[in-house]
Design a protein around this ligand. Structure first.
Ligand code: SF4
Length: 141
């Protein structure tokens, strides 16, 4: 993966993040540098793979992974549960929303219960929760 993402991809990802925060009722992390680091990672994957694969995870085969919707930002966990592993989309205090996660999900174990302050926004794929649960257990990625 190249060290520096292209300006074009960076601009596209920054634009996406602004719009997605608005749409989902979330905020970028209040600690300076955290969001930028994630945006840089997303832009690098956009350059390398043509898709903004989540930069906070390890993939045995990235080219295989982009054939699935699961970890293309905004990933399934974000669109179903409003949970962002990378702390890119969080509440005002910088915590990821965990309210809708299954209880055995790693996010609940790490962060405990974090309520959604804007339940009227986001989770456009909430109807896919059952499908995601099957995938989470059968295709860990
Ligand atoms: S966890 Fe999901 S929403 Fe958050 S940066 Fe990664 S792909 Fe995007």
């Amino acid at each position: 993966m190249p060290e520096q993402p292209s300006e074009q991809s960076l601009k596209k990802m920054r634009n996406f993040v602004d719009k997605y925060c608005e749409k989902s009722g979330t905020f970028t992390h209040p600690v300076e540098g955290i969001a930028e680091e994630v945006i840089q990672g997303l832009a690098r994957y956009s350059d390398e793979l043509g898709r903004p694969l989540c930069p906070c995870r390890f993939y045995p085969d990235k080219n295989e992974e982009i054939k699935h919707r699961t970890w293309i930002c905004a990933c399934d966990d974000m669109q179903i549960y409003k949970y962002c592993h990378c702390l890119l989309f969080v509440d005002k205090e910088g915590l990821p929303i965990t309210e809708y996660l299954p209880e055995d999900h790693e996010g609940r174990k790490i962060h405990g219960l974090v309520k959604d302050p804007t339940p009227d926004k986001g989770r456009v794929l909430r109807h896919k929760a059952a499908e995601r649960e099957i995938e989470r257990k059968e295709r860990p990625s």
